[in-house]
Write a protein that binds this ligand. Sequence first.
Ligand code: ADP
Length: 488
Amino acid sequence: MPPLVRRNLCILLVLLAVCAALGGLLLAAPMLRLAAPVLVAARAALVALLLAAIGLALAGGKGLKRSYAEIASVLAVLAAQEGAGPAPDVDGLDPEVVSPAVYEPLSTIGERINTLTRQRDEQKLAGRLSQKRSRHLEAVLRGLPDAAIVTDAMDRIVLLNQAAFRLLRLPAVDVKAMALTDCIPDRALCDLLRGAHALPACREVEHCVEDEDGKRLFSVTIAPLVGQSPQDHCGAVALLHDVTRERTAARMKTEFVADASHELRTPLGGIKAYLEMLIDGEVKDDETRTRFYRVMQGEVDRLSNLVDNILNIARIEAGIVKIVKQNVPLTAIVQEVVEAMQPQARTVGIRLEHDVLPLFFHVYADHEMLRRAVFNLVSNALKYTPAGGSVSVRMHVDEATGNVTVDVSDTGVGIGEQDLPRLFQKFFRVESSKKMAKGTGLGLVLVKEVVESLHGGRVAVTSTIGKGSTFSMTLPLVAEKQPVLATA
Ligand code: ADP
């Protein structure tokens, strides 16, 4: 009991005992025959003592009430610890009124609360920081161009970025906490993610995705997500990187090397055979010898043409070709090519005609490259047109687009619809026309590269098997040189 309370109680008890004694004295007064003044004094003393006792009780009660109200407020704060600030100052309690048995534990609890509050604030701050970091990480994953899938230890979706939604063609719904197999229809991919828990480290595998757009090959990096200890598996992550183009390019490169070697070997084989016959003295007459030299010369030309084409295509593709662009009259180039090819056309009995624009139609181009492209188209038309046929080269301008087009049409063998899409692929030759003329399957590739990659133009082809083909190259005209339309 607090000292002040104890002292007040003692005084109260003494007062009450004296009051009882006086009361007894007054009750026994008739028997004791006390004098009247004594009785009056005893009554007055009794009243005074009673009043003092009442006053003391009231004052003590008030003090106690105030102190216990303080304790109540401290306890109320303790009870509502969550969300409370620092504990109230226990020193504010009057140790005279509050007993040490209450005061000391209260003070310890107050300190403990202050420590806990501080720790809680620190934890809150650390939590906010880690939330911020995880949001940042999530933003990185969401922004990745590669598809990212994150699962938890129970194989439920934690995160699926936009690229993953697109790749898996999923509707834009909230998939968080969905079972992996309910969300992702690709069973093989689900198995990869489920198997990731047992992996000691990240692993890279190839995975094929097939949809309406065709087959696409992905390099999938899967990694287990571990917690504090390596045994604490808390999920898996998979990143899917589209490697279709890289793989296609690698395959094309291998095919190109194989095709190029094959194409180089054919003329080399011919040269070697004729040379061996000449060296072995198998050729006795000059006429045969001259014929052999001519054949070898033709094969050497073919070889040099092939190497030139390969080099030019490779340089254009690598972006290192040296070209000098200037305003050139396209008509002059077409005329130059047609005139150069006339003797060959006459030899094989083909009518070669041209219908060109006036000279003032200019294109901004490399003269030699453009000449080569036109030459390849006219040369093909002559090669794949049987004797008695005709080849015509026409030019026209599209005023609306400001483009000029050169059409090379023939009445030749034509190209089947199934072969048209492959026509501009390296080394592609239409099987049925191979016996008509020697070729490399690179001429049209060069035309396309020159017109489209180097000059921003367009190449097109229309063909009917047995009737003939028209190859067109369209280029932008030089604006300031455009005159009023006229054809020659
Ligand atoms: P090539 O050296 O074989 O002529 P190109 O790349 O110039 O190589 O042509 C590829 C193939 O396209 C040819 O082998 C031929 O089958 C076909 N081709 C090209 N031009 C014509 C044409 N005017 N008429 C018919 N077929 C053609």
